[in-house]
Write a protein that binds this ligand. Sequence first.
Ligand code: HEM
Length: 477
Amino acid sequence: MSVITASSGAMNVPALAAGRALIETRLVWWYFAASLTYMIVAMLAGFLFSLQFLQHYPLAGIELFSPGRWRLVHTNGVAYGFIANAFLGMLHWAVPRLTLRPVRGRGLSYFIFFAWQAVVLATVVGLLTGQAQAVEWGETPTWVDPVALAGLILVAVNFLHPILQVQGPMYVTLWYYVAAFVWTVLVYAMGSFLPEYFVGGAASGAIIGLFIHDLVGLFVTPLGWGMMYYFVPILLKKPVWSHGLSLVGFWGLAFFYPLTGIHHFLYSPIPMFLQYGAVISTIAVELVVTTVIINFFMTLRGRGDALRTNLPIRWFYTGMVFYFTTCLQCAFQATLTFQKIIHFTDWVVGHSHLVMFGVFGFWLLGMMTHLIPRLVGAGGWYRPSWNAWHYWLSTIGMLVMFFDLVIAGLIQGFQWRDLAPWEDSLVASAPFWLTRAVSGTMIIIGQFFFAANVVMTMLRRPVGSGEDSADAAAAAI
Ligand code: HEM
């Protein structure tokens, strides 16, 4: 496989100019608006659930609002409402530019937009009315699953159409996207139908483990890395350091990631050779990730000032540091030795937040920080300083939440190992759960800064035109 560089695409100015007309900017903006709305709702749901741990749940006694259901709204809301919508918007921006062709159908794109919002809303209603399935992250009610799968197939058709027409070498971002479209359909079908209708017992546990992890590794991760390979060179105005390494990252992910899922069920009745295989491939993923991280940091070499002057770049690279941290942590977390202590503890919840918000959430918010002024036709952000608040509150809140939950997890794990009474571990956890609620509040306030800035930017549309002034605004932060 050979690749073309983002910069060679970016320098092809006439093609880019034509490409701009190929993009349904309004739809990209709609996806981002939907994504941000769900993000705030889902985060508030997480905060609501965190109050249950403090024995201050405000809606106790109302079945529809029972805390367990809000947990599912939180996790499904962030995955399918926030993250999926943001990626769909980003794909409508990036794929036509990279292929210089429109998506399969403009009408189809709008249809998918409305259908996807209907799927997410139906999921929320289904979860609140008690129709969840017992599949983590596949809790979507059974009647929603076929519709969601049909939607994912349409998404694949819509984007694969222009990609498969590309003649000659393909930029690495498109490799990741092609893989993501194929994998996501397969993963969703596997998790939503096999454990429900075809496989039982420990085998269904193994499949659910694969589903949970593949959803992160084969849907979110390739879209996320593909996005980084697209936006980082454009913002830094230089090519990726090594295309060879970008291929190592792609094929390493393709080879090792699908094998990791059973690390969610270590010490379970699933055959030990599968558990050992999952541990080894999890460690291998960390090695692969290291090559990708090296590639991006070498790309930054000589442009380190961008971390200070360009806010989207700062979001991206902070997310990369978190990515390395979370994968390193996982390489230990997935060993049988660590599992003896941390299984079922808050350590895992800390890990989940670091990867889902600290990495992919950060990348998506950075991408939106870059694109939204362009999408709404504004010359720059209404208040660049509010975006800086957004970044700092999210980063500090994320760090506090992560360390808080990791420490809580260790304390819980050691107490359980020493056979201390369960209540003792609850008492020991209380201050950590309070800290989680406080750090979550910081994160949520950060998102309100961003949401307010988006609304004001749209309403006020500061004078100035085009991408340069938006770049200048980003650079001023
Ligand atoms: C976009 C940002 C966020 C993402 C992507 C996210 C993601 C997740 C995920 C994946 C889980 C499942 C963890 C697991 O089972 O291992 C989870 C659980 C949870 N999250 Fe979040 N979260 C976010 C923000 C927040 C915020 C702001 C709060 C506020 C305190 C919060 C509170 C919680 C709580 C209380 C749980 C349940 C933990 C448990 O069951 O023990 N989350 N979140």
